[in-house]
Design a protein around this ligand. Sequence first.
Ligand code: IVH
Length: 670
Amino acid sequence: MNKDLVKNKYNLKIKEFNKHNRLYYNKSKPIITDAEYDRLKNEIIILEKKYKYLRNNSSPNLQVGFKPSKSFEKFKHKVPMLSLANAFGEEDLINFEKKIFNYLSKNIKFDYSVEPKIDGISASLTYIDKKLIYGVSRGDGETGEVITENLKTIKDIPLEIKSRDFPDEIEIRGEVFIKKKDFFKIKDKFANPRNAASGSLRQKNPNETKKIPLNFIAYTFGYTQYNLHKYQSDFLNDLKKWGFKINKDNKIINSIDELIKYHKSFEAKRFGLDYDLDGLVYKVNDLNLQNRLGFTSNSPRWAIAHKFSADSAKTMIINIDIQVGRTGALTPVAKVKPVNIGGVVVSNATLHNEDEIQRKDIRIGDTVTVERAGDVIPHVIEVDKNKRGKNAKKFQFPTSCPSCGSDTTKEFNVTTKKYDAVRRCTNESYGCEKISIEKLKHFISKDALNIDGLGKKVVEKFWDLHFIKKPQDIFSLNYNKIVNLEGWGKQSVNNLKNSIEKSKKISLQRFIYSIGIRHIGIESAKLISDNIKNISNFIELIKLKQFDKFLNIDGIGETQINSLKNFFSNKLNSDIVIELNSILKIENQISNENGKLRDKSFMFTGKLDGISRAEAKSLIEKNSGTTLSSVNKKLDYLVLGEKATKRKVEQAKNLGINIISFEELRKLLN
Ligand code: IVH
């Protein structure tokens, strides 16, 4: 065919293709079927293949929608995308409900919204003026990646909403997943359907995402301008009305007995469903109650994931390794003959601690049952003693640290009057190699410095190469050496450099957590930073060793104080903090400055009416106040409940502290 004729024909098809893209992606009004669209696209690709001179930037192979994403921008979620706590049986569910009753200080009846827990990848969709503006991945829960163009290729995701009652601004969240039958077609490329969905969503070229048929089921909201609904079930119904797909097996159930029955029946039919799921999610249906219950540091108090039972298999223990953790804990791990458990090859199983080995009398060479549930580390359930060889010897747990040779101890717990089940290395600092590596891994982890490109494996490698021995070494890496290492190049070194630079700006709370002090998790780090406000105060305290001051903080007890004292009795640890302070930009803790209780401190005594301590405390914090755990000059208000402690009231009177009832506190808040 004449070159000009070919070009003309091609250009017409490209024009047509662009028109349908515009109709689909920008106007959300396709006028041809998917099959017709694919046919048109195919015709263009055939022409390009035949006449190489046609290839150009308009090729459908190079574009999807109108703005193909090149790299993923970061996006801080307005409301964090947290995970769910797990329940494995009735006892866990009873405990979950008990905690709700305790928090609300009342045994009340409520319904659960029950939803299948699809094993996919969660995504957040922000709609402004009824149009999809941002599509973001979960990321680390706080910050995700903008993958709007990729998400737009999913047919279940509406690009524009027609309904009149759709809010002006709302963030809809749900699960992206691939159906089993579609996964089957591409199973050689990915380990499981979840990986296929996640791999496909993170393609730099949305065209690649489009090749894999992804689905989206909506189940919750993140940010909303105002409260729209009374019940989760109403919200789910509206999602459907607005054009989202919701799970057809969502249900309302009002008792633990019924939850268990539904779970059993659902588990029986799980393999017949066309998607992978790993359990059911139970949510308190009343959104007002959800709001009151709020969140712990990583999951809501109002929801739980009831997992399906674990898969298990028999295998043999080849060896028992002793791993040394960040806090010096010696954890025995069974190296087992590789065995397939529910589609995953398992070759390690945790034996938890020394006591567990003794209790179950686990020996090298034993045939054992190993269980694996979801993403939890596989563990040994029982030993088949009939299969034990005559010469099998009892396992001797080491009494010195396998990493540094130091003595190990089992601590005595004064409260329980028992020795700890865990044996620990006594060299708890940068003197023990294994502990050091684990500390470094903690330092760079998601909830701490969160350094992209510096994962656990890289830390191990850099340790072996003597690049990083202490946290501060991360900030003086010799990039010229790294660029020459296998697997590294200019681009990845640049990325690493940038993310290290970025990580220097850190909140006080994250910094305190990142140091890796035993018993100082995210929650305690927050309590301490709220109290101490800035890093200079923290360092001052370390120098003066005045940790008892923290006893005043509600939520910090002897355990944390002793751990702080012990940690900073080692000069190396204080030196590291001081040095890190000179490298990092540690931000002052900013509390919600605008609340009604700003700069005011409160303490409770006695039982409050109709509200638990925990909820009352969170109410004060939400309004910028603080709560203290002892009466002293710094206290502004003592809030009296029923049977208040007389001594505390007397102390407060002597110090001239305001004594108020809970009702009066409510009045302060209007
Ligand atoms: S609600 C604050 N509902 O489970 C928690 N999550 O472990 C909000 N998931 O990251 C999540 N089905 O990927 C919720 N019906 C459902 C869900 C669901 C699956 C996933 C989701 C989330 C993870 C939480």
